[in-house]
Design a protein around this ligand. Structure first.
Ligand SMILES: Cc1cc2nc3c(=O)[nH]c(=O)nc-3n(C[C@H](O)[C@H](O)[C@H](O)COP(=O)(O)OP(=O)(O)OC[C@H]3O[C@@H](n4cnc5c(N)ncnc54)[C@H](O)[C@@H]3O)c2cc1C
Length: 347
């Protein structure tokens, strides 16, 4: 079998690169072994403001300009909905925070998103004595459904092998690489935290962060906005809400933990005051890089091996831009933006 590309990993990175290949009529096979869960469990939120400090998220506005039509196109192709626009209400902790909010509202890149008002809290189930700052043109990509549908599409076209990619089976000859029964021009590794097992790229400085979420049923909460306070509370419909997320830099396991649950429950106590039931708990490892920038580029020695990783906490917004950049580098010789490029790290 002969293909243009092998993609290793079908999370948000692998999907975004597969879309580049489809768009340009390239042939490919994806390998996916379900060893990582980040894209499947992600809250999937997109929002160009860092809600802790009210500062712009790195490159977010330009990333969103590409990401929104990207997800829309897949919605049209699969005749399904993945993008759920939802306003974000950031609860203020103090008058000082309210003032900081107003100061940032004038930022040229963010004025379209941030409403320069304090919205009073009218819901007794929510603790927000200083009211909220409201963000618009924000939302959530239902990543799990998107990836499930994409996988089904790849199965139909015989373009996915649901097994582990074995790095030992690579054979390099001139411009071609052989992997088992496949002859391929280029391999793009999109393994998320699985990068640690990749002998070609595991020199790159990942500083992964485990994240956990719970899903709760809270019939008396009745909010139709994404509430951001000590935790985020994202309405899913039918009185269900996703609550998250934790950051743990030590635990590398994929299993949900008691510690993670307790942390979320403790924080949630400060945010809402109605009873709820925990329905579900999930965990994943965010592929975060030491300098908080993505990992895009080719191996310094093996030019047929490329990487698309390091999407960190914002895979939804970054993946389409990073995938386009990698494709244009590999096929059109365009430069990769310095901040995305793996050349910033020495092997
Ligand atoms: C709790 C939590 C909440 C989050 N919330 C948000 C959010 O609200 N908004 C946002 O934008 N981002 C969020 N993120 C971050 C986002 O999930 C990541 O940026 C993104 O999922 C990374 O995608 P990826 O494709 O690089 O990696 P992954 O999703 O980890 O995908 C890698 C894939 O490669 C596969 N793989 C690995 N090794 C191999 C191998 N050898 N052979 C075959 N397959 C392999 C894995 O099984 C996996 O499917 C969150 C993450 C977590 C954990």
């Amino acid at each position: 079998m002969k293909v243009d590309y092998i993609i290793v990993g079908l999370g948000l990175a692998g999907l975004a690169f597969a879309e580049q290949l489809r768009e340009h009529g390239k042939t490919f096979v994806v390998f996916e072994d379900n060893s990582q869960t980040s894209s499947n469990v992600a809250g999937g939120m997109y929002n160009p403001v860092i809600l802790k400090r009210f500062t712009p998220v790195w490159n977010a506005v330009s990333q969103l300009e590409l990401a929104m039509p990207f997800y829309k196109k897949i919605e049209e192709k699969f005749e399904s909905q993945y993008d759920y626009p939802i306003e974000i209400y950031r609860s203020f902790k103090s008058i000082e925070e309210q003032n900081n909010w107003f100061a940032t509202c004038d930022h040229p890149a963010l004025s379209e998103f941030m409403i320069p008002k304090v919205i009073p809290n009218e819901n007794e189930a929510v603790n927000a004595p200083f009211g909220f700052g409201k963000l618009q043109h924000t939302g959530r990509i239902y990543t799990k459904k998107l990836l499930n549908d994409y996988k089904a599409f790849l199965r139909e076209t015989n373009s996915i092998r649901e097994i582990s990619f074995d790095y030992d089976d690579l054979v390099f000859t001139d411009k071609i690489v052989k992997y088992q029964d496949i002859t391929v021009s280029k391999i793009v590794f999109c393994e998320g935290f699985g990068l640690k097992q990749n002998p070609f790229f595991n020199y790159l400085p990942m500083q992964e962060a485990k994240g956990e979420l719970i899903t709760i049923k809270a019939p008396n909460l009745k909010i139709d906005y994404l509430l951001k306070s000590a935790v985020f509370v994202l309405p899913l419909g039918d009185d269900l809400y996703k609550v998250g997320a934790t950051f743990n830099w030590k635990d590398k396991s994929l299993e949900p933990s008691e510690e993670g649950k307790n942390e979320l429950v403790e924080k949630l106590k400060t945010v809402i005051n109605v009873p709820y039931e925990i329905i579900n708990q999930t965990a994943g490892i965010r592929p975060t890089v030491k300098d908080r920038r993505p990992l895009v580029g080719v191996h310094p020695q093996y030019k047929s091996l490329a990487i698309l990783n390091g999407l960190g906490t914002r895979g939804v917004m970054i993946a389409p831009t990073a995938a386009k950049m990698l494709y244009e580098f590999l096929e059109e010789n365009k430069e990769i933006d310095k901040e995305y490029c793996i050349n910033r790290f020495e092997k």
